[in-house]
Structures are given as C-alpha cells and as structure tokens.
Design a protein around this ligand. Structure first.
Ligand code: PBG
Ligand code: ZN
Length: 324
C-alpha cells in the first residue's frame, strides 16, 4: 500500500492527502526585544533580521505580524538600568510592564506572552539573585521575587507567563502568586526543559544578558542527560504548568518526542538564536536553499511532537505559507 503511495508521489493532491505533518501560521510565537526610547529599530549583527525596538516600533511590528496572520508574541525587555535584583522587572513602570500595556491598548487582539527571568535585568546577567558567598544563584530568594514579577506582568495585561530561569519550584510559586492576585485563569508556559547551551550566544547580544561571571550550568540542564530532561518537564506538569517546552530545538528533538509521549499537555519548542543565526549566515553566503531548509526544520519540530514553535523565522514562514 505504501509502495503505491510512493509510486504515485508525483500527484501532489495524493501527497497532500497522506501527509502526516503540517505547519501553519497558527503554530508560531514570535519573539520581540523591547527597549525604551522612540524610533529605535536596531538590527543585531549576530542575528540578521532581528531587531531591538522601542515601543512605538513594536506597535508597528504588531500591525505587520497581524497582516501575516501571526497573533502571538513573546516579549523580552531591555531595561535602561540594571541592578543586582533586576528592579526594573518588578516595577509597573518598567520596560516590560509598560510595553504590555501599550501593546494591549493598541492591539487588544494580540496574544502577549512574557518571558519571566532576571538575566536581562540584573547587572551580573544571571537568571536570579546571586548569593555573594557562593557566587551562585540563590534559588529560593529568586522564587520570591519571581512571584512579584509574574503579578506585574499579569496586572499589565499579559495573556500568558513564560518563566525561563529554570529555578526549582518556579511553577508552583508562580501558580500560587498568580492565584492569590486573582489571576487563576492565566496560563503558564514553562521553559520546562532548558539545556545549558552554546546556541543561546546571539540572544545574549540582543538581550544584552550575557553573565558577567561564570555560566548558567548550575540552573540549566546538562545536554548529555536524557532522563533528567524528561523528569524536569514532568515535574513542571505536576506543579501546574499549562504548556511544556524544550529549548533549544534542533539538537533535542529526541527529548521533544519523549516528553510528548509522556504528557497530555501541549508542547512548545524554542528554535533559538544560534539555530536561526546559522541558517541566516548560510543563506547570506548562498550555501543552502534557505527557505527549503527552514521549512524542513519547522516540519521536524512538528513531527517530533511540538504544537507550538517559538521562532525568529516566524515571519518568513508566514510569508511562505501565505504565498502558496
Ligand atoms: C533568558 C532566556 C534566554 C533565552 C530565552 N530566555 C537566554 C539564556 O538562557 O541565556 C534564549 C533564547 C535564544 O537563544 O534565542 N533566560
Ligand atoms: Zn535568564
């Protein structure tokens, strides 16, 4: 039977009828990097096509995204002032809270997801509060202020909170902080399985969030560990996460599949900055058929079990899909 499908593969209608996996513009969340000011749209050298933008430019960007059929965005803030605890992220006048309010006012139909972390807001660039004695992140102190940050996002109008710091117990903490503030229905998308990866390099240029000392290996996961990767995600499900995530995507599709087979929650993959940058540079040097390779990756994410794709390629994919 399948031989017959192969022999008739030149019939594109039959091919479409038996295709197991598809990519749609509805699958995407597009990341945006916001800083204060006006008329700012600065391309990042290591990530062609990705910009730091001021809020007014982000409002225009949302218009374009909607015209492409993309209604979901993931916000990252770059504050004017960084300090040891990331105060800007805990303040209703901070860059993220102000951005959410501005976007929701002009584009109430956008689905606004916020990245909840401290590395963009701290002067040391780590994802939480640093214990000076051990020079490492203090998990429990970070949990306390994470709850505060979640409520700031929620009150500003966020539609979903996405904690990315990989602190132990973060989902439980955020769930109870949000519930206590009256946001029982606000979903949490957990960066539940996040590896300590070299693929985040370009992101740290855009978000200006490279750690000033040490690395993130004490709170992110060892790429060599499969069982640990699965149990981290399942633990977040038990704490009340609504969506699980694997990050990075390409080198970890085995993990995506295995988590998918062990959960009934929707799953996201984060197709990260380094994965994007590699394709972009190969395109620039005419080394690959860029669109073809990009779509191959997108199909691979869906085939592995992802329901949601967070990707810097989202606009290009949408243009391609809309063209057909
Ligand atoms: C912050 C955060 C990072 C990314 C998303 N949220 C960087 C990191 O952990 O260093 C990476 C995204 C990308 O590389 O595109 N915790
Ligand atoms: Zn972080």
């Amino acid at each position: 039977m399948f031989q017959r499908f192969r022999r008739t593969r030149l019939n594109k209608h039959l091919r479409a009828l038996v295709r197991e996996t598809s990519v749609s513009v509805n699958d995407f969340i597009y990341p945006l990097f916001i800083r204060s000011g006006e008329g700012i749209k600065t391309e990042i050298a290591s990530m062609l096509g990705v910009f730091q933008m001021s809020i007014d430019e982000v409002l225009k960007e949302c218009e374009e995204l909607k015209s492409l059929g993309i209604y979901s965005i993931l916000l990252f803030g770059i504050p004017d002032v960084k300090d040891s605890i990331g105060s800007d992220s805990l303040c209703e006048h901070g860059i993220i809270a102000s951005s959410i309010r501005a976007i929701k006012e002009v584009h109430p139909d956008m689905f606004v997801v916020t990245d909840l972390c401290f590395c963009e807001y701290t002067d040391h660039g780590h994802c939480g509060i640093i214990d000076m004695k051990t020079q490492s992140v203090n998990n429990d102190a970070t949990l306390e202020i994470s709850g505060q940050q979640a409520v700031i996002h929620a009150q500003a109008g966020a539609d979903m909170i996405a904690p990315s710091g990989m602190m132990d117990g973060i989902i439980e903490t955020l769930r109870s902080a949000l519930d206590a503030a009256g946001f029982e229905n606000l979903p949490i998308m957990s960066y539940s399985t996040k590896f300590a990866s070299g693929y985040y390099g370009p992101f740290r240029d855009v978000a200006e969030s490279a750690p000033s000392f040490g690395d993130r290996a004490s709170y992110q996961m060892d790429p060599a560990n499969r069982r640990e990767a699965i149990s981290e995600s399942i633990s977040d499900e038990m704490q009340g996460a609504d969506i699980l995530m694997v990050k990075p995507a390409l080198a970890y599709l085995d993990i995506v599949r295995e988590i998918k087979d062990n959960t009934s929650l929707p799953m996201a993959v984060y197709n990260v900055s380094g994965e994007y940058a590699m394709l972009k540079l190969a395109q620039k040097h005419n080394l690959i058929d860029y669109e073809r390779v990009m779509m191959e990756n997108m199909i691979a994410f869906k085939r592995a079990g992802a329901d949601i794709i967070i990707s810097y390629h989202a606009k290009e994919v949408a243009k391609l899909l809309n063209r057909k």
